[in-house]
Write a protein that binds this ligand. Sequence first.
Ligand SMILES: Nc1ncnc2c1ncn2[C@@H]1O[C@H](COP(=O)(O)OP(=O)(O)O)[C@@H](O)[C@H]1O
Ligand SMILES: [Mg+2]
Length: 259
Amino acid sequence: MTLLSKIAISGKGGVGKTTLSALLAHIFAERGRSVIAIDADPAGGLAEALGVPRDLAAQITPIAEMDELIYERTGAKRGTYGGFFSLSPRVDDIPDRFSISHRGIKFLQLGTIEAGGSGCICPESALLKALVTHLLLYRDDMMVLDMEAGVEHLGRATAQAVDAFLVVLEPGRRSLTTAGKVRQLAGDLGIDRVLAVGNKVRGESDWAFLQANSPVPILGYLSANPELTEADMRGEGVFDTAPRAVEEARAIADRLEAL
Ligand SMILES: Nc1ncnc2c1ncn2[C@@H]1O[C@H](COP(=O)(O)OP(=O)(O)O)[C@@H](O)[C@H]1O
Ligand SMILES: [Mg+2]
């Protein structure tokens, strides 16, 4: 049996992707896995949710903003558009050189690519794509990828290396619609292991609603929990601040490991 090792988390904005990513990263690290947590959402926030102390957080530069590195690796020319650059830049040293380490979790922030549009081919996106591909295909670490709703910026081979695609749902139609789209896009990329996790569940009827309406099998849920809201308000990590959420996330991690 191969160990589950690459998890990508998506869902509608504000649904709880970052919260779940941080909880799972801590739980797998606690279980002795070598975990790398990747903040791939331009909205960011994973470092805070992981409880990275401010002085350490100040050392984080998103990879997309590392201009020197991007020019050096892709061979792109500064201040020019178009032109030639490498679509397969060297990236194998990046995870260890540019990640920070916090409580047994390596953390990388990918950052935002400004040119926009999913079809953008620019040096930044070439580097990020090569990096994510490298992490998925050639690293043994357990990877927790906190990403946006879309999966279209993962290439086919890359996407297929994801062991579990989790879509976070909240009791409401909009997150279900997003989940349906994620399943569709994932299906187009040949990924069938798309699973859901409920969040902000206020009780039995919310849980029943999600179970009845989720477009994909649902693994478990996190309750609506004021400790999580407060952790975010105080800028504290979720793992130390919300013990009940940790227990619920452990049950989700168990189910993931049992897949
Ligand atoms: N189960 C929950 N109960 C209460 N608040 C939650 C819960 N999960 C997440 N939140 C809060 O909702 C907001 C959005 O969560 P976040 O994880 O940042 O979502 P996303 O990454 O999907 O945008 C944050 O303020 C977070 O603290
Ligand atoms: Mg987020």
